[in-house]
Structure formats: structure tokens, C-alpha cells
Design a protein around this ligand. Structure first.
Ligand SMILES: [Zn+2]
Length: 369
């Protein structure tokens, strides 16, 4: 990987000419790193038909207090290399994105609107909690961002701190790129979400949490064709200053879904979380519960449990590098969702670090970062 990351230095240059191979952008800021953190770094380049965004994931603007109320995790520098096609294609069907970033902002901070919070902590309940406007305080800061257990700062909504530094000359502000390569613009009056709160009340009892559809859950909303300007993926086609020939693009909206939850093109694998083939990661608020993180997962995936008697060695009977519900012994089964912090149905190597080791009483291992 190219280590020549540029330090933040001056004004943000988010404007972008389409398809100039070899072009390197310096997206920078006058704001320094928060106390104890290195300065934000990002490099956006174009290599072999791809846009490559290398970043340490620290924002070029002020952050809230982390750890803080609603978010117990501290921010740390990451080592991201995201890539996406320079000339993306739309597909006939949308691809739903879960438990991984849907894109990355021009300052190198991942955009990850989903959560790992569910009604009754049951990911199969169908009631997935929202981070914004929901019933649970997840500690979002003024840029609608917070921190995953591995230290990854990420956006759930429109980041005011980033937008304040983007100049757009009256045009839409290009604030990031989705995992499929299409651009993400900040909302304008012409770009309204077409999602609406459902009318009436949620099912109750075992079927649902009851109460009125108030935005606490993703399923409180429905897509109402034509009620806004954007499609199901919060996108549309049009001409922008960076794409004078026109493009499909996404919009970050102040209303649900805030960012696309599905993509019109094919997401690049570099946005997947966790070790290669190990499935996605999550956005757990449970400090120390594992949550493999972003690009870090690829590196840390191999260092799960090396010593004999590790939970992975003892219980991963089929040797696929993760513990399934079936493989888990009864005590682990009982707390499975607690250890499966990304909610993908497996306890992977990173998550297994939260499991007690032989001769160790505590339920938690060291935090991932
Ligand atoms: Zn989050």
C-alpha cells in the first residue's frame, strides 16, 4: 500500500474531475487531530480504473466526547484502503447493504448508517433500531457520528463538520463516494427522500415492540414512490458539476434513510468488514464485545486465538474459522448474541476474543483496540 498519505494542511478540495487517471487529491483541513490522536490523513487517487481512498479514518473536524454518554468507545486511527470503480455501472436490482460501510466521505471517514441494535437484542426480530431519531441514545456527536468498539469513527447522518469545510460554489456538495463508486452529494432542496413513516401502530406482543411508528426502527419507514425526489437507494440520475455528462448519484438527506441502505451498483469488496470471507462486522455499543472493524478486520482476523485451548480451537469443529450457534456449547449459546457483536450469526476470530479462555473466569477478553 502506498504510504504517502498526505497530512492535513489547508483548504478542503472536494471538487473532482471525472476520470483522470493518476490524479491525486489532497483533501485537507486546518483542524488538527484531537488530543492524543494523530492528524487526519486521507489520499484519494485513481489507479487502474479505480478510485482508491487511503485514510486513517480520523475526521478533519471537531468530534464529540468519546467515550461519552451513549457511546463507550474511544476513537483510534484506522488503516483504511477503500477502492471503487471510477466508471460504475447501475444494476437492474438494488443491493441491500448491511453491517458494513455504504461508502466513505471525502475526508476518509466511513459512512455506516446501520446499527447493531435490535428490539429485544434479537437480530431476527425484524426490528432494527435506527441511530438517528430513534429511541436509543447511541452517543452521536454534532456531525451525527460515533465510534465502533474498534475505535472507528463513522457517520450515521449528514456531517456538519465536514460540510462546513466543503466549498461548492452554489452547487451540490460532493461529500463522499458509495462502495459501488457512485458519488454521494449533500442534500439540496431538490433532493428529498421518498421514505415516509408508516401510519398507525406497530404490531405488539411477540410480533413487535408496539407503539406508534416514530422512527425508532428502520421498519417504521416505508418507501412511497413519488413522495420525494429520490429512489429507494436515496439516489437519482442527473448532471452535477463533477459529472457534466450526468451520473447516477446518492444523496445524504436530513431525513430517513440519511444515507442509502442499498446500492444501485455493485459494492466493492474493500468495504466489507472482517477477515476475508469472514462476513460483515457490526456497530455494537458493547465495549469489548469484539466488533471486528472495517479494514482492520483483515489484519486482525488471523490473530484471534493462537494459544492451545482457545475457544476457537475448542469449538470451531468444522474449522471454518468461526463458531456457529450449532458449534457453541450451552453457556456460549445462551450469550451468543452478546459475543456475535456484528450479528452475522457467527462468532468470528475477532469476536472470539470476548470469550472466556480456559481457566479464565471473566466473560470478557481484552477490548479489540
Ligand atoms: Zn454507528
Amino acid at each position: 500500500m502506498n504510504k504517502a498519505l498526505l497530512k492535513w494542511g489547508g483548504l478542503i478540495l472536494a471538487g473532482h474531475l471525472y476520470g483522470h487517471p493518476g490524479q491525486v487529491e489532497d483533501v485537507s483541513t486546518a483542524a488538527g487531530g484531537a488530543a492524543g490522536l494523530p492528524p487526519a490523513e486521507v489520499k484519494i487517487s485513481e489507479q487502474g480504473g479505480y478510485r482508491v481512498i487511503e485514510a486513517n479514518g480520523l475526521p478533519n473536524h471537531a468530534m464529540g466526547q468519546f467515550p461519552g454518554p451513549g457511546c463507550p468507545n474511544a476513537v483510534s486511527a484506522q488503516s483504511y484502503t477503500f477502492r471503487m470503480p471510477l466508471f460504475p455501472k447501475t444494476n437492474g436490482a438494488f443491493t441491500v447493504i448491511k453491517q458494513q460501510p455504504i461508502g466513505v466521505a471525502v475526508n476518509g471517514v466511513p459512512i455506516d448508517p446501520g446499527t447493531a441494535e435490535y428490539w429485544k437484542n434479537d437480530r431476527n426480530s425484524g426490528w432494527h433500531m435506527e441511530a438517528i431519531g430513534g429511541g436509543k441514545n447511541l452517543g452521536l456527536d454534532q456531525s451525527l457520528a460515533h465510534v465502533q468498539p474498534n475505535g472507528a469513527y463513522h457517520y450515521h447522518g449528514i456531517p456538519e463538520g465536514l460540510l462546513a469545510g466543503l466549498s461548492a460554489n452554489g452547487n451540490q456538495k460532493l461529500m463522499g463516494y458509495a462502495a459501488d463508486g457512485f458519488p454521494i452529494y449533500a442534500q439540496t432542496a431538490q433532493n428529498r427522500s421518498s421514505y415516509q413513516l408508516k401510519k398507525g401502530s406497530r404490531p405488539s406482543g411477540t410480533a413487535g415492540p408496539g407503539g406508534t411508528y416514530d422512527g425508532t426502527y428502520e421498519a417504521d419507514y416505508e418507501f412511497v414512490e413519488g413522495s420525494g425526489d429520490l429512489d429507494k437507494a436515496n439516489g437519482k440520475s442527473g448532471v452535477t458539476s463533477e459529472y457534466p455528462q450526468g451520473t447516477y448519484y446518492y444523496v445524504a438527506t436530513a431525513e430517513f434513510p440519511f444515507y442509502p441502505r442499498m446500492l444501485k451498483g455493485t459494492p466493492d469488496a474493500s468495504f466489507r468488514r472482517g477477515p476475508p470471507g469472514g462476513g460483515p462486522g457490526g456497530d455494537s455499543q458493547r465495549k469489548g464485545a469484539g466488533g471486528s472493524g472495517g479494514q482492520q478486520g483483515g489484519k486482525s482476523g488471523g490473530m484471534g486465538q493462537a494459544a492451545g485451548g482457545s475457544p476457537m480451537q475448542r469449538f470451531d469443529k468444522n474449522g471454518d474459522g468461526k463458531i456457529s450457534m450449532e458449534e457453541a456449547p450451552p453457556p456460549m449459546k445462551a450469550n451468543f448474541s452478546q459475543h456475535d457483536s456484528n450479528g452475522d450469526g457467527w462468532i468470528d476470530a475477532e469476536e472470539a476474543r470476548s470469550l472466556p479462555r480456559l481457566g479464565q473466569g471473566g466473560p470478557k477478553g481484552p477490548p479489540p483496540n
